[in-house]
Design a protein around this ligand. Sequence first.
Ligand code: PLP
Length: 404
Amino acid sequence: MKFSAHEWRGHFPLLANHPRLHYLDNAATGQLCAAAFDAVTHHELTQRANVLRGTYRLAEQADEAYEKARRQAAAYLNAAGVDEVVFTSGTTAAINLVAHAFGDGLKPGDEVALSLAEHHSNFVPWQMLRERCGIVLRFIPLSADGRLDLSRLDAAITPRCRLVAVTHASNVTGAVTDLAPIAAAARAAGARLLVDGAQRVQHGPVDVQALGADFYAFSGHKVFAPTGVGVLWGRGEALAALPPFLGGGGMIGRVTAAATTYAAPPRRFEAGTPPIAQAIGLGAALDWLRALVWEELNAHSARLAQRLIGELAALPGLTFLGPRDLRARLPIVAFNLAGIHPHDLCQVLDAHHVAVRGGHHCAQPLMDCFGVEGAVRASLAPYNTGADIDALLEGLRDAQRKLK
Ligand code: PLP
């Protein structure tokens, strides 16, 4: 059956409740899909109990639902094993977990390589590690349009490099990182590779085995699932080599007054009560997404983004951040209109029922590279239609009339 954005919208309860809303802030948060909504409701109404503790039937049902979610996440990522999936509260928590568990084993002078296009979630934890452990941070430079400059990897990934942490796709420019040369350089240096998948996962299943990564992090709320849950995938051997980060219930082997032994992954990294209902919702969303024909969905979003880029280019005073062509790009379009602050633009657009984000997008080092304080960002999902683009363009013309 041919993909229809209008039909797809029907799977998102909020969009049905807000027929006039033009939601173009999908890079911040995707709307909750019915599959996730139904799974959470079913769990809360029929099987709510804590997990991995109880021996009564209700608790066993909750255990099974939670572990099913782990299998569903493993399938979406094509993980080699279910135990490679650790539930966290989101991408930020997943990256911080690695920055502590892996990072605390580093010595002064060891190096971590990042790019300047990272979200603060994949930037600040490494700066904090530098303060704790005296590591050296090296940065993969960017080309003028904000892509990682792969011709200059040597400068950032040296023989002292212990970990490379890069985004799979920029939340500002939508540029998708070509990970193969980075994985090869990391391997050659004997370094681990952590990939921030927060933006990429919304646009179809990922094959972590093919990427050559050791760790992959993403958030549920960006894949049309609940907030408060995310995944850290770790290659079996890479996870097994890590000590725990947080201590508490559920992550132990045996606790005595003298010492504690730890459970094997993934439990070792899931101290305390996990986000149970959220993980179940995430699993259901990922299962639903995995069955879709992503070539059609992505072709639809790319067509809309191409049209948006074309029409924006005709507006006087408009500048883009990032590459204009949609090759190796997600449908994320960031721009500025001369003389108008991004927040003011967002307010005028809101009056047109257009929801977009304006600001630095938690990517200030990238903004510095572009020489701007911030930008407006329209980010598309397959439920967006031509009417959303029309409303955005109309709102921008209105803003130019009102604010200039
Ligand atoms: N990394 C990227 C590329 C992102 O776009 C985001 C959120 O926008 C994050 C990390 C942080 O995700 P979260 O706030 O869900 O932890």
